[in-house]
Each structure stands twice: as C-alpha cells, then as structure tokens.
Design a protein around this ligand. Structure first.
Ligand code: KG4
Ligand code: ZN
Length: 352
C-alpha cells in the first residue's frame, strides 16, 4: 500500500490530497475566486502570493483529514508544470522542502497527466472504475485542449489540440463579453440553463476533418460581433439564449471531434477530464451522440477542476515504475505533450 501526498498550485487553486492506490483519503482545495474576481481573470502575481499563504494550511489539513503524518508518506508528488511560474514555484519548493525534511522521494508531475488519470480516482466507499487503457482522452482545461490516444500509462499520442484559445479560455472570454463573473465556465453554464441552444447559430470551426485540431477564437469574435449589434441586458431571456447558443457551439465541436477520434483509432473508450469536463451539456451531448458501444468516463465534478488528488495518483503510477525526480527538479511553465510521453520523463524533467 502506497500513500502519496499530491500538491497542485499551477493556476488559481492551492490543493493537496492524500491518495492510497487511487483511493482519495483527503482532497483539500483552496480557490482564489475572491482574489481575482474584480479583475475578471487570474492575475499571476496575486495567485503566487495567495499560494504562499495557502500552501502550508492546505497541506497540513490534507494530512490531518486523511489521518496521516508526513512520515507515513511513501512519496510527495507535485505539479512541476505546465502552468503559471510563480504558483508552480510555490508548490514545488514546498514539496521539495517537505520531501527533504521527511526523507521521502519527490515526483514532479505534468499537470495534464493528472487530469488524464483523474477518472481513475475514487472515494473510499466507491468501487474501482472499470476504465482501463487504451482509450481516447479529451482533456479540456483553462490552458489546454488536448485530444489524445492513451495506449498505456506514459504512452500518449496527441491527436489534436487547439490552435488558439483553449476551450476553458473560450468559456472565460465569452463570459467576460457577456458581463459574467470569473470563472466563466460555470457562469455561462448556469446562465445557459434556461436558454435555447438553437437561438443563434454561432460558427463551428471544424478545420481539417481528417485531423483533430480545434480553434475557438472565431467563436469568441462571433460573440463579440453579435453583442455589438445586439446589446443585451443581464438576466434576460435573450442573455440566456446567447449563453446557451455559445455553449452549444463550443461543446458541439468538442463532442464531434472526440467521437470522430474514437472512430479513427478504433477506441471503445472515451475519457473526458479537466475543468471544462465538468460541463453538464458537454457530458449530455456526448452521451446523446455517442455510439451505444462507446464507454464514456468522466470523473466526479470535484476531480474535474484542479485538485491535488489527480497529482498524487499520477505520482503513485510514476513511483510504481521507479520514475523518481532528480533533487535538482525545477518548474516547467511550458512542457509540451511530446515530452510527457517519454518513459524517462521524470529523470529528465528538470531539463528545459
Ligand atoms: O482544469 P481547470 O480547473 O484548470 C486548468 O488547468 O486550467 O480548468 C479551469 C477551466 C476554466 O476555464 C473554467 O471556466 C472551466 O475550466 N470550467 C468550466 C466549467 N467548470 C470549470 N467550463 C465549462 N463548464 C463548466 N461547468
Ligand atoms: Zn487543470
């Protein structure tokens, strides 16, 4: 039985979790909505300072809730990239210090590998997921939109990614245009609930049908243009229709490309994760349009958005394979997918 502490601080959530064999004993998430709300988005410098204030209480609480001591841990897994450099530095420096103090191995984890494994997490009273490799994964967050073929742990082929805005970014920017608060994804989803998704035909960028790349910047521009010509008051049916139509355009492309990718590689499993994976319309449309044979896996909402548990789980898998990080490990604010898939990842991850 391996007990892993996972630490996540790559964006605007300070999180720590204790995970044993995929079972989440604790998962503490301290968000920063109040810090960034007045700016309408994440301010990196303010995020770093909030992480500094939160990291110690969050890690202590995760250990306390799991009824574990730092000495009980088998390893400490920390998001070492990609993400905002200041936040990454806070998490990694803290993790390194703790690892040194309690003489435990340190694992630098790629944030997106955490998201990728998040559907395998479970609470103590839950049965293990029947999800298994290989599968196609749609990873949709504030910074990434990745469609990949995961053959096995550590063996991933990128099928497509966004050429401009990430799906979460498109939600966030659309929300700003609509005068909604940050974070925009949940705000648009809530407003869309009473709206007609067919009210306005926003453009869908299918790009090359043979490939699985995405583009969302045209959609954002279409919304801006629409609002210029048809100014709208908040809390009106028109606003709800626009939100629903915008969400529909975004989600439909994600759904169709994911299903096409499954057909192309002959996958009978599709996994959806990352903050935008929490979107209920995305999940609903996927289930509606998927072939009945396709199994769809998505984590509970708490494990979709950023959390330490997914980092701990990725750490557990790396530890099992002896892929420990070098003590000289440093953060990688940019960390391309191609360098995640290599088995020597952990040993080399400090090299830029
Ligand atoms: O994975 P995540 O928590 O952080 C990053 O790694 O970026 O994803 C955050 C993104 C934000 O853009 C947020 O607006 C979006 O996920 N998001 C949603 C929903 N919940 C969060 N987008 C659409 N619908 C949601 N329910
Ligand atoms: Zn994330």
């Amino acid at each position: 039985m391996m007990t892993i502490l996972g630490i996540e601080s790559s964006c605007d959530e300070t999180s720590a979790a204790v995970v044993e064999e995929g079972i989440v004993l604790s998962n503490v998430v301290q968000g920063q909505i109040d810090v960034h709300a007045e700016y309408g988005g994440v301010v990196p410098e303010l995020a770093s300072r909030a992480h500094i204030n939160n990291i110690y209480p969050v890690v202590s609480e995760a250990l306390w809730r799991a009824n574990r001591q730092a000495a009980d841990l088998h390893a400490i897994a920390v998001t070492s990239g990609p993400g905002l450099i200041g936040g990454l530095l806070v998490g990694l420096t803290f993790g390194k210090g703790l690892a040194l103090a309690v003489q435990k191995p340190l694992l630098g984890i790629h944030h997106m590998e955490g998201h990728l494994l998040s559907p395998f997490l479970r609470r103590p009273d839950e049965a293990a997921s029947d999800c298994a490799f290989p599968f196609v994964a749609l990873l949709v967050s504030g910074g990434h939109t990745w469609l990949l073929h995961a053959q096995a742990f550590g063996s991933y082929t990128l099928l497509g990614q966004t050429r401009d805005d990430a799906a979460g970014e498109a939600f966030d920017k659309g929300a700003r245009l609509l005068g909604l608060n940050y974070p925009g994804g949940p705000a648009i989803a809530a407003l869309a609930e009473g709206g007609d998704p067919q009210a306005i035909r926003f453009p869908r960028a299918w790009l090359d049908r043979q490939r699985f790349d995405f583009s969302f910047s045209g959609l954002k521009t279409a919304l801006r243009t629409h609002l210029l010509h048809h100014p709208v008051d908040k809390d009106t049916q028109t606003a709800r229709d626009i939100a629903a139509s915008y969400q529909e355009a975004l989600v439909e492309v994600l759904v169709e490309k994911s299903l096409a990718a499954c057909r192309a590689v002959g996958s009978s499993r599709l996994l959806v994760a990352g903050g935008v994976g929490a979107n209920q319309r995305l999940r609903q449309l996927l289930r509606q349009r998927a072939h009945p044979q396709l199994r769809i896996y998505a984590p509970p909402l708490a494990f979709c958005t950023d959390n330490g548990a997914m980092i701990a789980l990725a750490g557990e898998e790396r530890l099992r394979r002896g892929q420990l990080s070098d003590p000289s490990l440093t953060v990688r604010p940019r960390w391309p997918m191609a360098e995640l898939a290599t088995p020597e990842l952990a040993a080399n991850s400090h090299r830029q």
